[in-house]
Write a protein that binds this ligand. Structure first.
Ligand code: TYM
Length: 328
């Protein structure tokens, strides 16, 4: 049987954090042997909000390096930078011409982000989900492994594909989001009502993948909990629930075993143990990251190879798309 295709993307808008890892990247690495995989650093999405050019350039490389460091292997997966494959912008334009504005007005991420920026909001931010649809549809993707916050975007992509196929024939595969049952929404440490994010403003909220051990200990020590005592998976107590979920994801133990393990222990014990588990889990990734970024030219070579492979598939798809629309 032919292998199915997986595509997912990640922005270079800040530092990658434990939410990105548990909700997305580590699942990409684990799934890669069963599928054809494309993993993309979506720099064109990143510039939908203002970025400093030098910082962006460095972050693109950092994010790509972290994908390889997390165990994504070039033998199984094509890793590339979005702007290296021009077909992404090109297909986004073609899809723009068939996507109703009303569909984009309904996107909750746009509503949230545009509220903060008011009149400064770019057309690109509004159009963001169409570019995301182009990413996915170029590769005949069956599955899109993402965290919970991307579910609506993947559903929109499906709607766009369906509309296109209805007008122009069976050109696109209809993709499905693949969200982990646990870990699809890792919450912030200081504000566990909000998801952990790349935002640099609230550094204490996120554990970044390259944080040194001391920093991780400090951040978890300060994590918001509550005034109760017992340690149990209770969603109504988001701080403790989030710490326990992180522990669960990184130890692979059952919730029952974890509750028994922490029975009679204090929040201080919980935090210390969560911190140690996080530090141990990130250690191999951090080591690999420093190793591979220390090897001159390694990352650039890998990304160049990725862009060539992705470009071949994308060009083939663009031929089908332009032909079906009457552009060729
Ligand atoms: P981005 O860069 O915000 O996040 C990358 C991946 O990490 C997941 N994620 C989380 N998972 C659990 N808990 C969290 N706190 C958390 N924060 C982030 C995201 O769900 C995502 O899977 N629009 C996308 C990038 C994108 C894309 C694509 C994704 C562009 N094109 C095509 C899939 C397919 C984004 O901004 O992800």
């Amino acid at each position: 049987m032919e292998k199915k295709t997986v595509f997912s993307g990640i922005q270079a808008s800040g530092s990658l954090h434990l939410g990105n890892y548990l909700g997305a990247i580590r699942n990409w690495a684990a799934m890669q042997y069963q599928y054809n995989n494309y993993f993309c650093v979506v720099d064109l999405h990143t510039i939908t909000v203002p970025q400093d050019p030098a910082t962006l350039r460095a972050k693109i490389k950092e994010v790509a390096g972290l994908l390889f460091a997390a165990g994504i292997a070039a033998e199984n997966s094509v890793v590339f930078i979005q702007s290296d494959v021009k077909a992404h912008s090109e297909l986004a334009w073609l899809l723009n011409c068939i996507t109703p504005m009303g569909w984009l007005h309904r996107m909750t991420q746009f509503k949230e982000k545009s509220e903060k920026q008011k009149e400064e909001v770019s057309v690109g931010l509004f159009d963001y989900p169409v570019l995301q649809a182009a990413d996915i549809l170029l590769y005949d993707t069956h599955m899109v492994p993402v965290g919970e916050d991307q579910k609506q975007h993947v559903e929109l992509c499906r709607d766009i594909a369906q509309r296109f196929n209805y007008r122009y024939g069976d050109v696109f595969v209809l993709p499905e989001a693949h969200i982990p049952p646990v870990g699809g929404r890792v919450m912030g440490l200081s504000n566990p009502e909000k998801k952990m994010s790349k935002s640099e403003e609230k550094k204490e909220d996120s554990i970044f993948l390259l944080d040194p051990p001391d920093q991780i200990r400090k951040k978890i020590k300060k994590a918001t909990t509550d005034s109760l005592r017992d340690i149990s998976f209770d969603e109504k107590r988001p701080g403790v629930y989030n710490l326990l979920t992180i522990y669960q994801l990184l130890t692979d133990k059952s919730r029952e075993d974890i509750e028994n393990h922490f029975a009679g222990k204090s929040y201080k014990d919980l935090k210390e143990q969560v911190a140690e588990v996080v530090i141990e889990s990130l250690k191999p990734l951090q080591e690999r990251y420093h190793e591979l970024t220390g090897e001159k030219g390694y990352l650039d070579d890998m990304l160049e190879r990725g862009a060539i492979k992705a470009g071949e598939q994308a060009e083939e798809k663009m031929r089908q798309v332009t032909e079906s629309m009457g552009l060729k």
